[in-house]
Design a binder for this molecule. Structure first.
Ligand SMILES: C[S@@+](CC[C@H](N)C(=O)[O-])C[C@H]1O[C@@H](n2cnc3c(N)ncnc32)[C@H](O)[C@@H]1O
Length: 199
C-alpha cells in the first residue's frame, strides 16, 4: 500500500479519536451482538489467542478481553492505540501496517477485522497475512460497511474501497480459506464474514 494511503489513514483517524466512541457500532445493542459473536468464536476456537487487525480504539479488544487469554491489537494510527487500556496484562498492541504482520506463521487461533478492510487500497495482501498467521484450523471473522452514498461521503478525506459482499467469499477462498461464509445485512448496509484455515 502506498505511504500516501497510510498517511491519510493515520491523519483522518488521529482527528477522529476523541469522538470515535460516538460511531454507530458502539451502540450498546451492537456491542451486545458482537460480544455474543466473540463468545461463540471462543467456544469454537481451539485456543485463546486472538489478533484484531485495524483495532482502532479497541472496540473488539474491549469486548474480548475477558474471553481470550492473549490478545494482540494492530493499527497504523498511534493515537487510536493510545486509547486502549492494556492494564489487564493479556493485551499487546502493535503500531504497524496489517499488510506485513510482525508474527511468524501459525500463531493465532482467531483473527478479526472489524470496520477495517475498506480502509485498504487492496485487501488481498491482508487476507493472505491473516491466513498465514492463523494456526491450522484457525478462524477469521469480521464485518464491514458496503458502498452507499453516505458511506462514501463520510470518507471524503480518506481511503474508502468498500467490499462487494457477493465477491468476497471467492476472495477468502483465493487466500486459502475454507468454509468461507459472507452474509450481507442490507438493512445496516454492512456484511459479516467468517472463514477457516484448513486443519
Ligand atoms: C474505522 S477504524 C475501525 C477501528 C476498530 N476496528 C473499530 O471497529 O472500532 C479503522 C482502523 O483501521 C486502521 N488502519 C487503516 N489502515 C490500516 C493498515 N494498513 N494497517 C493497520 N491498520 C490500519 C485505522 O488507523 C483505524 O484505526
Amino acid at each position: 500500500m502506498s505511504s500516501d494511503v497510510i498517511r491519510a489513514n493515520v491523519e483522518v483517524h488521529s482527528r477522529m479519536v476523541e469522538v470515535y466512541a460516538k460511531e454507530p457500532h458502539f451502540r450498546p445493542e451492537n456491542q451486545a451482538k458482537v460480544r455474543g459473536i466473540l463468545a461463540d468464536l471462543r467456544t469454537r476456537a481451539k485456543g485463546g489467542k486472538l489478533l484484531d487487525l485495524g483495532c482502532g480504539t479497541g472496540f473488539i479488544i474491549n469486548l474480548a478481553r475477558d474471553l481470550f487469554d492473549e490478545i494482540h491489537g494492530l493499527d497504523v494510527t498511534p493515537a487510536m492505540l493510545e486509547k486502549i487500556d492494556t492494564s489487564r496484562g493479556n493485551i499487546t498492541l502493535h503500531n504497524t501496517n496489517a499488510e506485513r504482520l510482525p508474527f511468524g506463521d501459525g500463531v493465532f487461533d482467531v483473527v478479526t477485522g472489524y470496520a477495517f478492510l475498506h480502509h485498504l487500497e487492496d485487501f488481498r495482501p491482508v487476507l493472505r497475512e491473516a491466513f498465514r498467521v492463523l494456526k491450522p484450523g484457525g478462524l477469521f471473522t469480521g464485518s464491514d460497511s458496503t458502498m452507499s452514498f453516505r458511506f462514501r461521503l463520510y470518507h471524503i478525506m480518506d481511503t474508502c474501497v468498500p467490499i462487494d459482499p457477493p465477491k468476497f467469499e471467492a476472495r477468502l477462498q483465493n487466500a486459502g480459506f475454507v468454509d468461507a461464509h459472507v452474509e450481507a445485512l442490507p438493512n445496516y448496509r454492512t456484511f459479516k464474514f467468517n472463514a477457516r484455515k484448513p486443519s
